[in-house]
Design a protein around this ligand. Structure first.
Ligand code: NAP
Length: 472
C-alpha cells in the first residue's frame, strides 16, 4: 500500500494545473488514501478543448507521433514496477493482474506507433468506369478532429492507453476524462507522454464530475468524436445525446462459455483462472459456463476445487489471485444477486474476514436471475447443465450482450458452428473468452457496443477518408 499519498494536478494545455478542489483516491482493499487529484469541471474541460483545437492547427508529422508513442512504450517498460503498483493500489487489482495490464499498455503504445507510420489512404481505380477515364483518384486518411475520451476504473492504464495511443497515431488531440476511482494511472501516462516530447494541447486530462465534464464533451461542437469505455447505461445515453458526433462505445458483457464433452483436459483450470482475476471485474471475465450433459460430472469435479484453491487477499501481495471489488455498493449488489440466483452455491457465496467476496460458483441458476442475464462484474460464475450444443448456443445468445464468447471442444465442426452462430464480436476456441491481445479487433455487438478497438481498428475509427480526384 502507498506509504505517502500522491498529490496530482490536472494536465491541460501542457501545464499541470490546480483547481482548488480535490478528488480522493482510496484503496478499494484497505480504504487508505492512495492519492489526491485536482478536481476539474466545465471550466477546465473547456480550456482543454481550446488547447486541443490550437494543437490541431499545427499537425504533427507521422514520424514524430510514432517516435513519441515508441518512447512512451519504452518508459512503460523501464518503469514497469511503478506502473503496476499504481494500478494495483488505485484499483485494488492483484499485482499479478496489474503486471499483465502494465505490460499490455506497452504493447498498445507499440502497435499504435506502427499504425502512425502506416497511416495511408488508397488508390481508387478510376478507369474502371467510363466516367472515371482520364482521371486519377486516391483517398487521404485525415484525423476526425478533437477526441473526447472517457474511461472506466477496471483497466486504469491499458484502457486509457487504448484511447490515447491510437488517437495520437491518427493525428487527433484528446481530452480525457478518466474514472474518478482510478485517475492516477491516466495522469502517469500523461506524464510519460509529456516527457516523450508531446507538444502542448495534444493531450489533456481532466478528472472530476462525470456529468459536468461529460456535458461539455457532448455539447461542444469542436469535439468531433467521443470514445467511451464503460457501462451500457452511460454509453448509449451519450450516443443519443451526440447524434452529430462519431461515438464509439466499448461496453459490458455477461461472458458465456460452452464446454463440450470432448473439451481439452485443462479446460477447468483455464476457466477457473479466467473467471476470477481482478475479482471478475473485466468486461470479458467468464461469467456463464454452459456444460454439456456428458461433460457435467467431470467438469464440476475439476472446476470447483481449482476455484477454491485461488488465493483471496491483499492485492499488493504477489501471490494473490482475487482481491476486492471496487467499492461497498458493488459488494452489496453482487452478494444480493448471488442470494437471489435460485441456483445451488457450490462454493463461495459469502465474504471472508476482510470483507472480500469469495470466488463463487453457482450451479443451475434460474434463467431469469440477474446472474444469468446481467453483467455481474464480480467474482461469480454460473454453471448450467445443457442437453445439446444447440441449447448451449441459444442460452449463450439469450442476453442483450455480445462482446466475446468461447467454446471448448476438439471437434472442428462444433467449434465452427459455434463461431458462426454465437452473436458476439469475438469467439474463442479452446481459450477463455477473457483472452485479449492488444492488436486484436476487440469490441461488441448488440448492447455491448458499436466499435472495434486495437490500434489498427481504432485509428480507422478516428480518421475519415478524404477523396482527391485529379483530371489528367
Ligand atoms: P461507468 O460507471 O459507466 O463509468 C465509465 C466512465 O464513464 C467513468 O469515467 C465515469 O466517470 C464516466 N461517466 C459516468 N457517468 C457519466 C456521464 N453521465 N457522462 C459522462 N461520463 C460519465 O463504468 P465503470 O463502472 O467505470 O466500468 C465498468 C463497466 O465498463 C462495465 O460495464 C464493463 O463491462 C465496462 N467495460 C467495457 C470494456 C470494453 O472494452 N468493452 C472494458 C472495460 C470495462 P466517474 O468514474 O467519474 O463516474
Amino acid at each position: 500500500m502507498a506509504t505517502t499519498a500522491l498529490e496530482r494536478r490536472l494536465f491541460v494545455d501542457g501545464e499541470w494545473i490546480e483547481t482548488g478542489d480535490r478528488l480522493e483516491v482510496r484503496s478499494p482493499y484497505s480504504g487508505d488514501l492512495v492519492g489526491r487529484v485536482a478536481k476539474g469541471g466545465p471550466q477546465e474541460t473547456k480550456r482543454a478543448i481550446d488547447a486541443a483545437e490550437r494543437a490541431m492547427r499545427e499537425p504533427l508529422p507521422a514520424h514524430k507521433r510514432a517516435e513519441i508513442l515508441v518512447k512512451v512504450a519504452g518508459q512503460l517498460g523501464r518503469r514497469h514496477d511503478e506502473v503496476a503498483r499504481l494500478i494495483s493500489e488505485e484499483a485494488g487489482k492483484p499485482m499479478k493482474a496489474a503486471r499483465v495490464e502494465a505490460k499490455r499498455a506497452m504493447s498498445t503504445f507499440t502497435f499504435a506507433a506502427v499504425e502512425a507510420r502506416k497511416l495511408a489512404g488508397e488508390m481508387v481505380p478510376m478507369d474502371a468506369s467510363q466516367a472515371g477515364e482520364g482521371k486519377l483518384a486516391f483517398t487521404l486518411r485525415v484525423p476526425r478532429g478533437i477526441v473526447g475520451a472517457i474511461t472506466p476504473f477496471n483497466f486504469p492504464c491499458n484502457l486509457v492507453a487504448h484511447k490515447l495511443a491510437p488517437a495520437l497515431a491518427a493525428g487527433c488531440a484528446v481530452v480525457l476524462k478518466p474514472a474518478s476511482a482510478t485517475p492516477l494511472s491516466a495522469l502517469l501516462l500523461a506524464e510519460l507522454m509529456e516527457a516523450a516530447g508531446l507538444p502542448s494541447g495534444w493531450l489533456n486530462v481532466v478528472a472530476g464530475s462525470s456529468a459536468e465534464i461529460g456535458d461539455v464533451l457532448v455539447e461542444d461542437e469542436r469535439v468531433a468524436a467521443l470514445t467511451f469505455t464503460g457501462s451500457g447505461d452511460v454509453g448509449w445515453k451519450l450516443k443519443e445525446r451526440a447524434p452529430r458526433k462519431h461515438v464509439a462505445l466499448e461496453l459490458g458483457n455477461a461472458t458465456p462459455v460452452i464446454v463440450c464433452a470432448d473439451a481439452p483436459p485443462d479446460t477447468a483450470a483455464t476457466l477457473a483462472a479466467n473467471s476470477f482475476s481482478f475479482a471478475g471485474q473485466s468486461c470479458i471475465s467468464v461469467q456463464r459456463i454452459y456444460v454439456l450433459d456428458d461433460a457435467w460430472d467431470e467438469f464440476v469435479r475439476d472446476f470447483v476445487p481449482k476455484v477454491e484453491a485461488l488465493v483471496v487477499g491483499d492485492p499488493a501481495d504477489e501471490e494473490t489471485d482475487v482481491g476486492p471489488v471496487i467499492d461497498d455498493d458493488a459488494r452489496r449488489r453482487i452478494l444480493e444477486w448471488i442470494g437471489e440466483s435460485g441456483g445451488e452455491v457450490l462454493t463461495g457465496g459469502e465474504t471472508n474476514d476482510r470483507d472480500l467476496i469469495k470466488p463463487t460458483v453457482i450451479a443451475n441458476p434460474a434463467h431469469d436471475a440477474k446472474v444469468s442475464r446481467e453483467e455481474v462484474f464480480g467474482p461469480v460464475v454460473t454453471l448450467t447443465r445443457t442437453s445439446s450444443l444447440d441449447e448451449a448456443i441459444e442460452l449463450a445468445n439469450s442476453t442483450r450482450y455480445g462482446l466475446q464468447a468461447g467454446i471448448f471442444t476438439r471437434d472442428l465442426r462444433s467449434a465452427l458452428e459455434a463461431a458462426q452462430r454465437l452473436e458476439f464480436g469475438g469467439v474463442t476456441v479452446n481459450e477463455a473468452p477473457t483472452f485479449r491481445a492488444d492488436q486484436m479487433p476487440y469490441g461488441g455487438v448488440k448492447a455491448s457496443g458499436n466499435t472495434r478497438e486495437g490500434p489498427a481498428y481504432a485509428v480507422r475509427e478516428l480518421t475519415e477518408e478524404r477523396l482527391v480526384v485529379i483530371q489528367l
